[in-house]
Unconditional design. Structure first.
Length: 122
């Protein structure tokens, strides 16, 4: 029985602020935050709110390298972003396509991150 009280990581190669998926999600969040500046018809309230939410979950993912919870929250945020154009009434505009593409990219990145996190625990 060991008396060493230092926390151990399941994998020695995992370090916070290193996962490319977290950085990609942060870029997607920043893009959505700023997209109303160049996307015609983009409702700022929707884009800014979703961009900030995605950015915060990306920072959570980056700060805690082994958190599968942050990946699940990003998947939910991606799904919410995907349906937002229909709820916001801008589904037939360029803003709708911008949000759909960003949401799909976020979901793919988050699923890849979740898969990688699950493999580390296996």
């Amino acid at each position: 029985m060991s008396t060493d009280s230092t926390p151990r990581s399941p994998s020695p190669n995992v370090a916070p602020w290193r996962a490319w998926q977290g950085w990609a999600a942060l870029i997607i969040g920043a893009y959505l935050l700023l997209a109303p500046l160049w996307t015609s018809g983009a409702p700022g309230g929707w884009f800014i709110t979703l961009g900030v939410a995605i950015g915060l979950t990306a920072l959570w993912q980056l700060g805690s390298a082994l958190s599968s919870g942050s990946n699940w929250v990003q998947i939910v945020a991606g799904a919410a972003s995907f349906v937002a154009p229909w709820f916001g009434g801008f589904g037939s505009t360029a803003a709708g396509w911008t949000l759909w593409i960003a949401a799909a990219a976020l979901i793919v990145v988050s699923v890849v991150a979740l898969t990688n996190t699950s493999r580390r625990y296996a």
